[in-house]
Design a protein around this ligand. Sequence first.
Ligand code: ADP
Ligand code: MG
Length: 271
Amino acid sequence: MLDRAQTASRLVGSSPALLELDGVCWGPRASKSILQPVTLSVAPGEMLAIVGPNGAGKSSLLRCLYRFHRPTAGTVRLDGTDIWRMKPRDCARRIATVLQESASEFGLTVAEIVELGLTPHVTGFRTRDCDHDQVEAALALLGLTTLAARDFGSLSGGEKQRVMIARALVQRPDLLILDEPTNHLDIRHQLEVLELLGNLGCTVIVSLHDLALASAHADRVLVMDGGRAVACGRPADILTPERIRQSFSVGATLDDHPITGRPRFSFHLER
Ligand code: ADP
Ligand code: MG
């Protein structure tokens, strides 16, 4: 019997990606720039959390990383190759996404939605037995086995979010990009999903609102504010009360969690 961590690492690709951003800028038109130049590399197998207030540019930056927004300046390289020089299918084989926009697949069951993650790897219309094993393993990992035959449209927001994570895992990504994947999840599923992401072994870039989750699970944290990357580094060095006050306009108190020993965050409004 495999444990959760082993199952998780078997689902993703075997060559975690190196992602390099070099002066990446983006705006909806030439006269309106939203992202100021962002330069940063994410090492193979690293987990980077992106935090920042509403409108900071987190989703815009992520959209540049999964080849949705073409940067207005700068490049995004996956293992040395500019993603805009790659074929879309080659990108889809290596990069999986879990996005905030809820899926529009109507009339499909949970298992069918998760199977869609196989699409970039399937040649013709054939799926193999091992592919079905992958679908079952991903459903089990996200606690969805009993929901497999349910109509996707009938699920709660949190259940849908777990289905989209299962679908991304079935894609066997080398780079997994998630935009606020925990916003609908109950507390237990938030903790389980973050632990799962940390055990995958692929490169993970995830935007999060919960600073404690980011601090406990990410190797590095990137703080976005006003379209700029204002700080990036190890959670303990970056998520300080001063930085939190500057970027989030709240007072923060940090202490150690009595059971896990991890940083615990409390916030208050400063008048
Ligand atoms: P975050 O994900 O951090 O909340 P976003 O990246 O979604 O922030 O948005 C950053 C800013 O850019 C916001 O002010 C948003 O309204 C604006 N923005 C994002 N996409 C577009 C777009 N396509 N056209 C115009 N403004 C946009
Ligand atoms: Mg966003």
